[in-house]
Design a protein around this ligand. Structure first.
Ligand SMILES: Nc1ncnc2c1ncn2[C@@H]1O[C@H](COP(=O)(O)OP(=O)(O)OP(=O)(O)O)[C@@H](O)[C@H]1O
Ligand SMILES: [Mg+2]
Length: 629
């Protein structure tokens, strides 16, 4: 879903301070330089305008009066002009520098922000992704960083330049004539009030337009994703009708917003002329009457200042609006950056080990094929090594994704090394949830989970997950070749290892029949492969890591019965010597499990071997015989 970008920021000043703080901290020297250049530019403009007064007073008038020789006057003016040219040159250079520096600062900051965002996102717990929609997270990287780009590169520098223009121009005007300045301010106040009334109306339509854009975008996005479903149910006409309706609303609000803006903009522009005219009349009167020593030479720069003064004022509300809108985006960026990272209090790590003659283990650098849990004891400073065997125990575990709803109740189970534990049960019974707890995607509320006798809370998450091979219920493949995707399980796997893993998973046959075999590119999450083929690759990916514990969630659900027989053989050899948790809807695949756990509503209601469960004639019996019919 696309974000409604019209949403206003909640704490604009705080967010602005934080954003600017981020920019300044990343590029302190650049920011100071930009600020200096902006100030230089405004001062140069004001000084240039002020020069007209000098031009008349010091050169033109005396030469007209004859108090200054024309030759002397022009040569003096020539010298003075060199200074003016140099000054304007400095102004041009400053503007150029601001633009160059801002590109650097903006793009640099955005790069840092994107890196920081991604780095932080990688550390977020799975629950974050449960709570936040994929489209919303995506839009932080696209829309929100783009509004931030505008904020940093345009809105803020423009705002600074406008404020400094208003300050210098106003100061210059007051120096020229306080009385005339007051007149100009009154006219500006009047003009601003009128434009605000008009602009307020148009802002309402602009907000409406923004909302309608969001709706149209979201609708298109959904229609693109759902093309297959739309065609299957032949809803093309109905969808078009709804789209037309939404599109019509967008047309209306845009027409009204722009229509009004088209009226407001020229009025605002012309109100500037009003000020010019009023100042010209009043100024002319003051100069003629000589009120307060106001001379005609001051009127000319004053009139120019009046126009310079109008521009920033009429831009102000527009800029403020875009800043506030950008800050809403910045707020979403910071919300992601502030999302609490996955905690890891684990201190037990997984290390390569070597067996000593007396049966004890000692740590070593090189890969030995023997792994051990390194368990430092803070109490006495000793370190113990426990061999990684793949023994998993659940003791009275309760768990809920959200505190209000317990999903698993009082789960106890023992998986001895090399055992195959199968979970069966209806959809939503809690099978996937149990496996989510073993790799600590989520933390349990009550009870204990032990891995080789160690409470898994004490194990460092990365090491825990490294020891587990997991085939998730939804297979996900990455852009790259088939071989790359299998190698994801073990990045330094050789081509032979990749191939052996694929053979084990029963994937080798179909892969070698792909146009480019193992080098076939996988596109868009494996859209060019069948569901079953994707699952086979996922199994191969788990196999290549050669983990002591395997978790297979519906790993063979989309594979035809013939392939399944092949895969089953591969799986059997894959499972050999490993602890395996397997979840399957097809009971034929779990028949040879050491223990079958039947789950219902988050409780284990039956457990035992296939035969003993059949003898019991309970739920499993009904499931199994029902399946057979
Ligand atoms: N990320 C989640 N956030 C909140 N609730 C969830 C989440 N995932 C699952 N649940 C809920 O937990 C319960 C158990 O879901 P689980 O995925 O473990 O079922 P399952 O037995 O694997 O089902 P299936 O056979 O359909 O895969 C369901 O009621 C589900 O609605
Ligand atoms: Mg599941």
């Amino acid at each position: 879903m696309s974000k409604d970008t019209s949403k206003k920021s909640k704490a604009p000043l705080k967010t602005l301070a934080r954003t600017l703080g981020f920019v300044i901290r990343s590029y302190p020297v650049h920011c100071v330089a930009v600020l200096l250049c902006l100030i230089i530019t405004t001062i140069v403009t004001a000084q240039g305008t002020m020069f007209t007064k000098e031009l008349i007073n010091e050169y033109i008038q005396p030469m007209l009066d004859g108090t200054l020789e024309q030759d002397v006057g022009f040569s003096r003016l020539g010298v003075r002009m060199i200074f003016i040219i140099l000054m304007y040159g400095a102004g041009v250079l400053s503007t150029f520098l601001v633009n160059r520096l801002m590109v650097y600062v903006t793009q640099g900051t955005l790069k840092i922000i994107r890196d920081t965002l991604f780095e932080h996102m990688e550390k977020l717990p799975i629950s974050y992704f449960d709570r936040n929609e994929r489209g919303d997270i995506m839009s932080i990287y696209t829309n929100d960083t783009d509004t931030l780009r505008q904020l940093i590169s345009q809105s803020v520098p423009n705002m600074i330049s406008n404020v400094s223009t208003v300050v210098t121009v106003l100061t210059s005007m007051i120096i020229l004539s306080p009385l005339l300045t007051l007149t100009a301010l009154i006219v500006v106040a009047l003009a601003t009030t009128i434009t605000r009334l008009l602009a307020g109306k148009s802002a309402k339509y602009f907000r409406k337009r923004q909302k309608n854009i969001g709706e149209v975008n979201a609708f298109v996005e959904e229609a693109v994703e759902g093309q297959r479903v739309i065609k299957v149910f032949t809803h093309e006409d109905r969808i078009l009708e709804t789209f037309d309706e939404k599109n019509g609303r967008l047309y209306d609000s845009t027409r009204l917003a722009n229509g009004l803006a088209n009226v407001v903009m020229p009025i605002m522009g012309n109100l500037g002329y009003l000020n010019y005219v009023v100042v010209a009349i009043v100024g002319g009167y003051l100069a003629v009457k000589g009120v307060g020593g106001f001379a005609i030479a001051s009127l000319i720069p004053f009139l120019q200042f009046t126009r310079q003064f109008n521009m920033p004022i009429s831009q102000f509300s527009q800029q403020l609006n875009s800043i506030i809108m950008a800050l809403a985006g910045a707020e979403r960026i910071f919300a992601l950056l502030d999302a609490p990272v996955e905690e890891d209090g684990g201190y037990v790590t997984l290390v390569n080990a070597r067996e000593n003659g007396d049966g004890t283990l000692s740590e070593c650098e090189e890969h030995t094929g023997v792994w051990a849990w390194k368990h430092p004891h803070s109490a006495d400073g000793t370190v113990t090594y426990t061999r990684l065997r793949g023994d998993i125990v659940f003791e009275n575990v309760d768990f809920g994704y959200v505190p209000e709803k317990t999903v698993l109740h009082d789960i106890s189970l023992y998986a001895r090394p090399g055992e195959k534990i199968a979970f069966v049960g209806a959809t939503g019974a809690g099978k996937t949830t149990i496996t989510n707890l073993i790799n600590r995607f989520y933390d349990i509320q009550n009870g204990k989970i032990r891995y080789d006798g160690i409470n898994i809370q004490k194990i460092k998450k990365a090491d825990l997950r490294r020891s587990l091979g997991v085939v998730l219920q939804d297979t996900h493949l990455f852009t790259g070749t088939v071989a790359d995707n299998i190698r994801y399980g073990k990045l330094d796997a050789t081509d032979e290892e990749v191939r052996a893993a694929a053979k084990l998973a029963g994937a080798d046959y179909f892969i070698t029949h792909l146009p480019k075999g193992y080098d076939t590119e996988i596109t868009g999450d494996g859209a060019n492969l069948s569901q079953g083929q994707r699952q086979l690759i996922a199994i191969a990916r788990a196999a290549v890591a050669d983990p002591p514990v395997l978790i297979l969630d519906e790993a063979t659900s989309s594979i035809d019965t013939r392939t399944e027989a092949i895969v089953q053989r591969g799986m059997d050899s894959l499972m050999e010597g490993r602890t395996v948790f397997v979840i399957a809807h097809r009971l034929s695949t779990v028949k040879n499990a050491s223990v079958i756990m039947v789950l219902a509503n988050g409780r284990i209601i039956e457990r035992g071997s296939h035969e003993s469960l059949l003898e019991d004639k309970g739920v499993y019996y009904t499931l199994y015989t029902g399946n057979k019919k």
